[in-house]
Design a protein. Structure first.
Length: 194
């Protein structure tokens, strides 16, 4: 079954430096998108581990720092490294505007403080189900339909992520509606207007 990606990947080699678990290592980005990147490295990091990725894109004076989490590890035996490339798949948690400009896109709208939206419960705390869960916020009083947002969410203490299509008045309300729909244990990463 072919792998389905949320965002289009750009295949371009770019030097980078990884910082994780108190260690630094040089590596090479093989492809990247607005939601993640694949880095060729011999570093062994567990899924869910936090990583800082320092990129030096062509034409930029200063390197840019992305916060990411390990989504997957691809190990390749040393005798096959000339044929296959091992490394780690990273899910972007936070990236500077320059990263999205590199992609030719606008950055996703932030969700509140960038983590859990207002009114959401702390990770691991079970919440009583609401009587009528609504994944969509009410339309504005003007009668015009509310805009749609693509909201990216991830598990607070796990590797899973999801994308929800939410109708709301603003990016922040779309994030809050997505978290209300999913319940405890999820964080909103950003909302993109469709």
């Amino acid at each position: 079954m072919p792998e389905q990606r949320v965002a289009k990947r750009i295949r371009r080699r770019m030097p980078c430096e990884l910082k994780a678990a108190g260690r630094q290592q040089r590596a090479i980005v093989l492809d990247y998108s607005r939601t993640g990147l694949f880095v060729q490295t011999s570093a062994r990091l567990k899924p869910g581990s936090s990583v800082e990725v320092w990129l030096q894109a062509e034409g930029q004076r200063e390197p840019m720092m992305l916060r990411a989490s390990v989504a997957r590890q691809k190990a390749v035996p040393s005798n096959l490294t000339s044929v296959a490339q091992g490394g780690i798949g990273l899910r972007i948690l936070d990236a500077p505007r320059g990263y999205y400009e590199l992609l030719g896109e606008s950055p996703p709208a932030p969700c509140g403080n960038g983590t859990t939206a207002p009114g959401a419960t702390a990770p691991g705390v079970r919440r009583a189900p609401s009587p009528s869960p609504t994944p969509r916020a009410a339309a504005p009083a003007t009668g015009a339909p509310a805009p749609r947002y693509r909201v990216r969410v991830k598990q607070s203490d796990g590797p899973r992520s999801r994308i929800l299509d939410i109708v709301a008045e603003s990016a922040e309300r779309a994030c809050a509606a997505a978290l209300a729909q999913l319940g405890a244990g999820w964080e909103a990463l950003g909302a993109e207007r469709l």
